[in-house]
Ligand binder design. Sequence first.
Ligand code: NAD
Length: 434
Amino acid sequence: MTAITAELDTKTKRTPVKGMMDNVMEQFNSAAEQVNLHPNIRKILSITNNEIIVHFPVKMDNGDVEIFTGYRVQHNNALGPYKGGLRYHPTVDIDAARALAMWMTWKTSLAGLPYGGGKGGIQLDPSKYSQNELERITRRFTFALADNIGPEHDIPAPDVNTNSQTMAWIADTYMSTRPPAERTANQHVVTGKPDGSGGLEGRDRATGYGVFLNIKFWAERKNESLYGKKFIVQGFGNVGYWAAYFLEKEGAKLVAVQDAFGSIQNADGIKVDDLFNYTKVNNGSIVDFPESVVLNKEEFFGTECDICIPAALGNQITVENAHTIKAKLIAEGANGPTNVEGEKLLLERGVTILPDILCNSGGVVGSYFEWLQNRNGELWQLDEVMAKLDKKMKESFNKVYEYSEKEGMDLRTAAYCIAIKRIEKAYIQRGIFP
Ligand code: NAD
């Protein structure tokens, strides 16, 4: 990763782009100063507990064997089992997994859940593999992780390019490799499963719904209506689609979308479900959607709009494009989409940022509900799930909003302060073994 970054920088002659780990550490250090975090706890939280790297062979459809590299980073478990997604993407490496695991620790703490933070994945481009190959890769990765995951130890969930099917394969492999008496009792080793296999009704939309709710709560505080508001979405996958779906239902208008394949625009509005159905028959891509025009990749964030939702990868909003952003609200669906320098510029311009650890926490809250449902042998109904999610998201939003008003700080710093103070309290009460 470092080598690739350095090579790009010599070519572009730009200041080196910082990695996601630099961002999460700068955010953490700034909040640690604000709350005067105990120096010993600062040392503990600055580093990950465990880093698991596995290399494993998988037989391809043509009979060849390919070796894959998988990661699972467990940052901290002071508040409960490690929790966080698995990502299948060429950018997955140890630096990305560390940063994403740390963000999960802050997110679960802020949401008041009994979890710590973990993250992982496999460095690969899933579009290059058949469904059968992806199943074998996933099952072999689960086998390689072995007891490093577990329903009371470390609980993965979907992330970029993984979904409920991936989680079903992991659950099945994990359960099949337990001693006979433990097999069926372990389905909560992962969350985000399909609803026929212990999954939670509504887990699919939980993250996007949470992003929408955060935008709605913010608008209510500002006495503004979402009706007629224009918004743009980067990433039209699980998070981007559902956030757009709920915003459109509230009367807001989707005017530009960018995915891994291209960018499109329609100032009169793009119908969310029409675009979603189009991607289903267009290899998952938004490109050439009939009721739209092509937009240059670099122009996407500069589109005229009120709300911008980055819901793809990290480090997307930087000093390179932050000055072009027209939106007055950025709702972070993705993890780490805005880097520290980009954020500084936006805050100076009076743009509000709903930070990732608050804004996209609906996903991990939904995962917690699924875990509880499995643990207690229950089946929850969709309306019950959505009502519980609503309540939990409102509590978190109010906590962060009010802290930021009281302390005169931006929403991200406020969210971090609340999150790290909860972890500090647990360490102070328990002490350090031995
Ligand atoms: P997904 O795989 O369902 O969708 C990802 C989308 O991003 C796709 O539309 C893809 O084409 C697009 N994309 C990929 N690379 C891109 C690029 N370079 N430029 C523009 N678009 C690009 O993934 P997801 O689950 O929706 O996750 C999206 C983000 O939300 C990630 O940062 C993830 O960590 C975060 N997140 C996801 C969840 C969840 O429950 N799925 C929860 C919290 C946070």
